[in-house]
Design a protein around this ligand. Structure first.
Ligand SMILES: [Zn+2]
Length: 443
């Protein structure tokens, strides 16, 4: 089916970003077939279905380079005992219980609801990291089912860790990686791993062999807290990135999440091995773990993307958080204006290309038809020259009206089309008390 998304302001992004007023994006099947002046597009594609985008801005769908759908049911939960005083306690008292309390239907709903949130926020591609030790085998199939239902794209993996069972999750990843194969453009697979401090050399080596043979990357938390670095130094006499590099986890397809506590020589390894780093500013601030040396990483040529780490699915909010954090952390109001949008708009597209083999993040002929259409009436002139100012100070607060992925309209007029949000949220609220009860009984 051919569709004209017409009469909006189209921001193409890509290497040569264009801001086109009164413009139309024409999609056919899963791809964009033309972009240009609305009157001309109407003449060229008179038969196409029309979606009026007056008063709106059309952007490529957003990409989240690190998410945890499984964290959904922790929202609003009370944690008994003293508040966690550090990162390891946050894991022990919260996340390492949340994951163990999840059963089959919880996993499905825990994916369905944030997927709806992704659609609400115009996020059309997600790289997720899942954990559910009590219902591990087959868990990635449940999430895949939810992703296909939602209609967005996702790269999935299971978080291998030795903390419950040695090598727990290796088989689930291996099975799913084989099942997905080269992927169909909607679902991709990675080898997921928790973090250096919960993984033995034996388990890491096992994961690397599987990932290498399948041609996929490793998706692992790295030096999120100083505890991960200290553990690696104490046990292996190497800082975290060096330990993981020695075991073969670095590489173009691998994603090292966080990299807060790393030194210059580790940054050089990330750059020379072309390993991707994903920065999650809201999560780092929430867990009070420190500040990723973002500007230095970028200067050294490391590809750094942006994720939410399960904090939410709103990538524009995350981008502005990165912008604010690095201004404050560097005590310099001249920095991060270019860098924060670069992570979201350019670098996440490059990361997604490595996972999906698709050139996302640009609206142009032949590119995938993934669109985020937001209500936006610019109060000042808007062009290529000042787009970032509008992005950081205006679009970040604009509401997404329509979301399109793979050419399909998933939300229109702020109404989710592909999923029944009311029913799923009600079911989740009904199910959560049992999950919370199971969690309270865990030691
Ligand atoms: Zn994470």
């Amino acid at each position: 089916m051919t569709t004209r998304f017409e009469n909006g302001i189209v921001v193409t992004l890509g290497e040569k970003n264009r801001v086109l007023w009164n413009a139309t994006v024409v999609t056919d099947g899963e791809l964009v077939t033309a972009v240009g002046d609305s009157a001309e597009m109407k003449r060229r594609f008179p038969e196409a279905e029309s979606v009026d985008c007056s008063g709106q801005i059309v952007l490529p769908g957003f990409i989240c380079a690190h998410h945890h759908f499984y964290s959904t049911m922790a929202r609003g939960m009370s944690i008994p005992g003293e508040p966690a005083a550090n990162f390891v306690q946050i894991l022990e008292r919260l996340w390492w219980k949340v994951d163990r309390a999840l059963l089959e239907e919880d996993i499905l709903l825990s994916a369905q609801l944030p997927l709806i949130d992704c659609i609400r926020n115009g996020t059309t591609t997600v790289i997720d990291h899942h954990a559910s030790p009590s219902m591990r085998d087959g868990s990635l199939d449940l999430i895949e089912k939810a992703v296909r239902q939602a209609g967005i794209r996702a790269s999935l993996c299971y978080e291998v860790s030795d903390r419950n069972t040695p090598g727990g999750g290796v088989e689930e990843n291996e099975r799913f990686i084989k099942k997905v194969g080269k992927g169909d453009g909607q679902i991709a697979a990675m080898m997921g791993l928790h973090a250096s401090f919960t993984l033995s050399d034996v388990t890491l080596e096992q994961c690397v062999v599987i990932a290498r043979d399948a041609g996929v990357g490793c998706h692992i938390h790295v030096a999120e807290d100083a505890a991960d670095r200290e553990d690696s130094l104490a046990k292996y006499n190497l800082p975290t990135v060096k330990r993981l590099d020695k075991l073969g986890l670095t590489g173009e397809k691998s994603i090292f999440v966080h990299c807060v506590h790393i030194d210059d020589s580790e940054m050089d390894i990330l750059a020379s091995t072309k390993t991707t780093v994903v920065h999650n500013p809201e999560s780092n601030m929430n867990n009070a773990v420190g500040v990723t040396p973002l500007l230095k990483l970028l200067k050294k040529g490391v590809l750094v993307g942006l994720g939410t780490d399960g904090m939410g699915s709103d990538m524009l909010a995350q981008m502005r958080c990165a912008y604010l954090l690095h201004r404050l952390a560097n005590h310099d109001p001249r920095v991060a204006f270019l860098e924060a949008p670069q992570l979201l708009l350019q670098n996440n597209a490059r990361i997604a290309e490595r996972q999906f083999g698709l050139r996302l993040g640009e609206i142009s002929e032949g590119r995938p038809a993934d669109l985020a259409i937001l209500d936006y009436q610019p109060p000042t002139p808007l062009s290529e020259a000042n787009f970032l100012g509008h992005l950081i100070f205006g679009l970040v607060d604009a509401t997404v009206d329509t979301t399109v992925c793979r050419g399909k309209i998933l939300m229109k007029g702020k109404k989710i089309i592909s999923m029944d949000e009311e029913r799923l949220a009600a079911r989740s609220r009904a199910l959560v008390p049992q999950m919370w009860k199971r969690l309270q009984e865990l030691h």
